[in-house]
Design a protein around this ligand. Structure first.
Ligand SMILES: [Zn+2]
Length: 486
């Protein structure tokens, strides 16, 4: 008996030793060396801040109902940019795409180098009337209060538009002549899908036969105090984004009076289909979460290294823990969300047509068609028609060993080597997805720090950016453009 206990103890100790050993050794440090001697820009801070505040005063709003589009606001904003950045407008070739999107091309001296693209969007989401009172400062007044610039679009995404242009204006002022061409693209309908803006810009570039060394759009930020497994800020660079699919489930039924109903009404059949879909979620896939974690793992908290370093032993426990968090689950699988349903128009009439819409966010590797096929299989009921509506396939996954990714990572760390950089899969959609057609290297990152609080104000109430963060963004893009094109 005693021998058995000793035996078990030895095995347990060995197991613990392996688990701890793996936690400390299995992850290689892949953080890139911070860039040194980054170009420094001189800024007239007061003017720079006032120009940004001014940009937030234009109501360049995207409405779901496109007939509410305010053309004058966009045209006035174009004028504002022209007045604010005379050197860029003199030096660059400017192409209007579908009247409202702007494409700047700053030609480099060496045409053999593939150009670089920085993207942003000029449109902003509306401010609901019901939330207007909740704003501390008017969302379209462009006020600067207590070291913060307030207004809708301060981060999403006039930050990109204004900081790129400030950086470029300063570079031209400083006599910088790029070897590699640089493009700046500012869409006007990102918040409603980018159909007339970024999609048309990408199409235009494709027709010109232009291929980009790399493309940078919004999507990732520097998360500060958000990721639990590490106590340092992490810059997430989006290397891919999920697809988007709406499937309409439809049942045609005889209808009739509800006093003598069949065992299953059309709505009942639809409801069963939804329950089946919820009971059979898409299989989970840990690759993306693992890739993100692996990038900063050696710096992660011991307990997290212990867990992820030992998926051979703890795999099922880790999976269950991650899946219980909806945001985590979203990066692990194609998600299923039943969002709309309809039956008859009156409480005592059986529906002749019952419908529901189910929204899917598709993981890279699957397609709208493969999702639809699986849905039909799971519902397994010929009475339910499955109709494909809005459908956007997931993007390809951009590599992390490209010049673009490395340049971004080194420059971010050049600003603060405490920041860790990691690739990431986006659950939402950006304009960047259209640009995979003109480059294999498409990255989603804006130079801004985001806390849990920041994540609430984007598209929410009290959107604003600290003056210091805005100045850092300009300094960052000044250095980045120089390194990318010099
Ligand atoms: Zn945006």
């Amino acid at each position: 008996m005693k021998k058995l206990f000793v035996g078990i103890a030895v095995v347990l100790l060995a197991l613990i030793a392996i688990v701890v050993f793996r936690a400390n050794t299995v992850f290689e440090d892949v953080q890139l060396e911070p860039a040194k001697n980054l170009a420094q820009v001189e800024l007239d801070e007061e003017q720079v801040v006032e120009r940004m505040a001014g940009a937030l005063r234009f109501r360049t709003i995207s409405h779901d109902d496109r007939s509410n589009f305010d053309a004058d606001a966009f045209l006035a904003f174009h004028d504002y940019l022209r007045e604010s950045f005379p050197l860029v407008h003199e030096r660059a070739e400017l192409t209007l795409i579908n009247d409202y999107s702007l494409l700047f091309q700053i030609a480099g001296s060496d045409p053999s180098l593939k150009p670089v693209m920085l993207m942003g969007h000029m449109d902003v989401v509306p401010v609901d009337d019901v939330t207007l009172d909740a704003w501390t400062h008017d969302p379209f007044a462009g006020e600067v209060v207590d070291g913060e610039i307030w207004g809708r679009g301060a981060i999403d995404n006039k930050l990109s538009v204004m900081s790129f242009l400030e950086a470029m204006e300063a570079l031209i002022r400083d006599g910088f002549e790029p070897e590699r061409s640089l493009f700046l693209s500012f869409g006007h309908d990102e918040e409603v899908g980018g159909r007339d803006g970024a999609r048309a810009v990408a199409q235009h570039l494709k027709e010109q036969g232009i291929e980009f060394e790399f493309v940078v759009d919004e999507g990732g930020v520097i998360l500060d105090g958000v990721i639990q497994s590490v106590d340092r800020p992490v810059a997430l660079i989006g290397v891919a984004e999920k697809g988007y699919l709406n499937l309409r489930l439809r049942v045609n039924a005889p209808g009739g009076h509800s006093s003598a109903p069949p065992p299953q009404s059309g709505l009942g059949i639809i409801s069963r289909a939804i329950v089946k879909l919820e009971d059979n979620p898409f299989p989970e896939e840990l690759t993306h979460i693992k890739n993100t974690f692996a990038a900063y793992a050696p710096h992660a908290l011991f307990t997290h290294r212990l867990a992820i370093g030992n998926t051979w032993l703890l795999g099922p426990v880790i999976k269950a823990t991650l899946l219980s968090d909806p945001a985590m689950a979203a990066s692990m699988r194609t998600t299923t969300a039943a969002t709309m349903a309809s039956g008859s128009s009156k409480s005592n009439i059986l529906p002749t047509r019952a419908e529901a819409v189910v929204n899917f966010r598709i993981l890279p590797g699957e397609t709208s068609e493969s999702v639809r096929e699986r849905v039909v299989e799971i519902i397994d009921d010929e009475r339910v028609e499955v109709i494909m509506e809005t459908n956007v396939n997931p993007s390809p996954v951009s590599p992390t060993d490209s010049m673009g990714y490395q340049l971004l990572a080194q420059t971010i760390r050049g600003f603060d080597d405490n920041i860790l950089v990691a690739p990431n899969l986006l659950s939402g959609g950006t304009d960047a997805r259209y640009f995979h057609a003109v480059s294999p290297n498409v990255y989603r990152f804006i130079m801004v720090r985001a806390t849990n609080e920041t994540r609430k104000i984007v598209h929410g109430i009290d959107e604003r950016i600290a003056v210091e963060d805005y100045l850092t963004a300009i300094r960052f893009y000044y250095a980045l453009i120089r390194r990318a094109t010099g």
